[in-house]
Design a protein around this ligand. Structure first.
Ligand SMILES: [Fe+2]
Ligand SMILES: [Fe+2]
Length: 416
């Protein structure tokens, strides 16, 4: 849903927003009812109305996790998934502190960084809520996977010794976490090849190579500090004035980075699932992996709003060669970039059918891609996140540990 549709479909929440309210995120976020609070409340009513369903739910809750030890391969698969989820949790926590609607898990309203939140809302009015929910999902994935490993006698993953990166000092960050970050969002090279890959008819697993429609290089995805982007900056809806171009470019970078991260998870989980031995581990990998796909699809849509009207054309004045967001629906722009609308149209966010399994002998199929271990597996994920700049500042021991877990996961074999 783009921003225009959002305004017309959200009734009292989003209509008739004054320019003053647009400067103050509080009125827009205040009315949001946390989905988990709402569902919990609904659950009480539902139990009264639907006793049979409630009974089934209680029975399901009463069941304990399966006992018994995991195969070595299954433990390796889940350990790498836990590593990836801890990484995701750390980066999403940073995004949520600065741009989220509430504190984690339906906590209190989050003031965050007001200009950053407003710039994110130029991509979609619901961005703060989506960020919070994505963060909650990752926290739950990491906690569940480690708890499952422990409950089956396998070693969980702990990355606490690597929580030492500086992070942002801008208004909105959790001051207690400054200097204690696992991931670095301050200087990213965002690989945008997924944007063309999902619109193309060829499959990277069959040799196709894709390049992004433009580049995001050496650009922060969160405000760096209050000097670079003072919290008093006015961020109106588009057109974006010169004084707000920097913070809008940072928010646009975040929009594309969200999609980059989640498409990584979208490919990773199928590659892990293909190696699972136990039905329960397979179920875990498929069920969490499905949520990563859900995230990717959402962010793919939101990122497109940065490169379509009325927002397209933002240039970071501090980094014009690294963060310029063209209009990917404009024929003249596309001619200049030597691109075709078929491969850039911003609302074509659902996967185009492509070659799958065998190039010539079967019809095209709409699928996740890549799903090969070589291109979408654990080692490929570590390499891709590293090239992104996400771990800039981490010591060699961090990469050694990541590659050890990733290699073990990629080498896991299904035992039937
Ligand atoms: Fe996740
Ligand atoms: Fe994710």
């Amino acid at each position: 849903m783009n921003k225009k549709e959002n305004v017309s479909s959200k009734g009292l929440t989003e209509t008739n927003v004054s320019s003053q309210e647009l400067q103050d995120p509080a009125p827009r976020d205040h009315v949001t009812v946390g989905r988990r609070s709402f569902i919990r409340g609904l659950g009480i009513v539902g139990a009264t109305l639907l006793p049979a369903s409630a009974l089934l739910m209680r029975q399901a809750k009463a069941q304990q996790p399966s006992s018994g030890r995991l195969t070595r391969g299954d433990a390796d698969l889940l350990r790498f998934a836990a590593w990836a989820e801890l990484v995701e949790s750390d980066l999403w926590t940073q995004y949520n502190e600065l741009g989220g609607a509430t504190k984690p898990n339906d906590g209190p309203f989050n003031v965050g960084n007001p200009p950053y939140k407003l710039a994110l809302q130029n991509l979609d009015g619901d961005m703060p809520q989506y960020i919070t929910d994505n963060n909650d999902d990752e926290l739950s994935h990491a906690a569940f996977l480690n708890a499952y490993l422990s409950s089956h006698g396998a070693e969980p993953v702990n990355l606490d010794q690597f929580r030492h990166l500086p992070g942002s000092t801008a208004t909105g960050v959790d001051k207690q976490k400054i200097g204690k970050r696992l991931t670095n969002l301050l200087n990213l090279n965002v690989d945008l090849s997924w944007y063309i890959r999902y619109r193309g008819e060829e499959n990277p697993d069959l040799g196709a190579i894709f390049k992004g429609p433009f580049s995001i290089l050496n650009e922060p995805a969160i405000p760096l500090n209050d000097t670079d982007t003072p919290p008093t900056i006015t961020v109106p809806p588009p057109p974006i004035p010169p004084a707000a171009q920097r913070i809008q470019a940072i928010a646009n970078t975040a929009g594309f980075h969200f999609a980059f991260i989640e498409q990584g998870g979208t490919s990773l989980y199928p590659t892990l699932a293909l190696k699972a031995t136990s039905d329960e581990v397979l179920r875990i990998l498929l069920s969490i992996g499905g949520v990563e796909i859900d995230h990717f699809s959402l962010w793919h849509d939101k990122a497109g709003n940065a490169v379509s009207q009325p927002l397209a054309g933002v240039i970071d004045p501090e980094n014009p060669n690294g963060a310029t967001f063209p209009d990917l629906n404009d024929p003249a722009t596309l001619a200049r970039l030597q691109l075709h609308l078929e491969l850039t149209q911003t609302n074509k966010i659902l996967p185009e059918p492509c070659d799958f399994l065998f190039r010539e002998s079967l019809p095209p199929c709409s699928v996740i891609r890549p799903t090969s271990t070589a291109l979408g597996g654990a080692v490929a994920t570590v390499k891709s996140f590293t090239a992104d700049g996400l771990f800039n500042g981490q010591p060699q021991s961090f990469f050694d540990f990541a590659m050890q877990l990733a290699t073990a996961a990629d080498n896991a074999q299904r035992q039937l």
